[in-house]
Design a protein around this ligand. Sequence first.
Ligand SMILES: Cc1ncc(COP(=O)(O)O)c(C=O)c1O
Length: 368
Amino acid sequence: MKSNIIKYVDLSKQWKGEKKDLLKLFDKALSKGIYIGGKYLEDLERKIASFLKVKYVVTLNSGTDALTLGLHCLGLKKNDEIITPPNSFIASTSVISHLGLKPVFADVLEDQNIDPNEIKKKITKKTKAIMPVHLTGRVCNMIEIQKIAKKFNLKIIEDSAQAFGSKYANRFAGTFGDVGCFSTHPLKNFNSIGDGGFLVTNDKNIYKRAKILRNHGAKDRNVIDEFGYVSRLDVIQAIVLNYRLKKINQLISKRRSNALMYEKLLNEKIFIPREKKEEFNTYHTFVIQVEKRDNLKKYLLKNGVETAIHYPVPIHLQPSSKYLGYRKGNFPCAEKQSRKILTLPIHQFLKKNDLIRISKLINKFYKI
Ligand SMILES: Cc1ncc(COP(=O)(O)O)c(C=O)c1O
């Protein structure tokens, strides 16, 4: 039974296929004593910029740092309000809080992304920015969000941690706002072999400031413009990302075809937010919304299928958010989804038979 397990992710398989090439590349850099900075990072930044059709890229130590430095560069003041969804990974809200800003939540749509109409309801005199999160690799309705930002003179910082390569109306996630923030955590589609991330922008001032901030705020060796951070991507991660960028479109295609297969195989009573015509999703995760979610999860595991839940507790109900004063019932859609969502395996190493097996088990569980 053990060998029959369908893993939620399979990083060892990814490494196995790349090991020979990557070890050679690591050796080449490390033998020259290149560990941090230099040509490898500049090369990667140029290539990501060209891929996403954006002017500037600053590689960083994580997606969380991308959000932190991105927000820092927007020049906001203490207690300024940032509107963001409550169903994200904790990082999007925690960075707002760490910078002395105030997270203000707006509920989400049935596709799990922030609802532009709910954003409008949350705008006050103190609102200074919107932080949409492109959850699951689906881009939020950025056209509407841009309109709101323009009307109320708000900045946009996109949490694109889960959405590298995703598009809305033919434009890449992360390139609609003032700053786009990406994670290359090992579980992401475009992944490093440790922590990593980057921010993207078309604004030269944000670019220059972020580059300085990632290295203690040091303008040069002896001049510190403002207190900064330590958030340099190391050369090993840059080599991996440079290598994997060449194959990212192939990986995205495979995940998209897996998603299509699920949509065909799963009974239509299983709710899956389908891709809309203006969307191009990269399926960082493939999430279904079902009754008896916890029982289904156990049933799948008993039958050798690993799944996950992103995320079982909305951020406004986390103990860390208590000071914000939210209560159960404040965000009905996000709360309902937190009880129904289940993330199925979608990784690039799944075989057709795996998808058939998973879908059959789910249909059988609901006797449909
Ligand atoms: C939506 C979202 N935001 C932010 C992050 C933070 O990225 P990192 O783990 O690279 O710090 C993640 C990563 O898990 C994420 O999924």
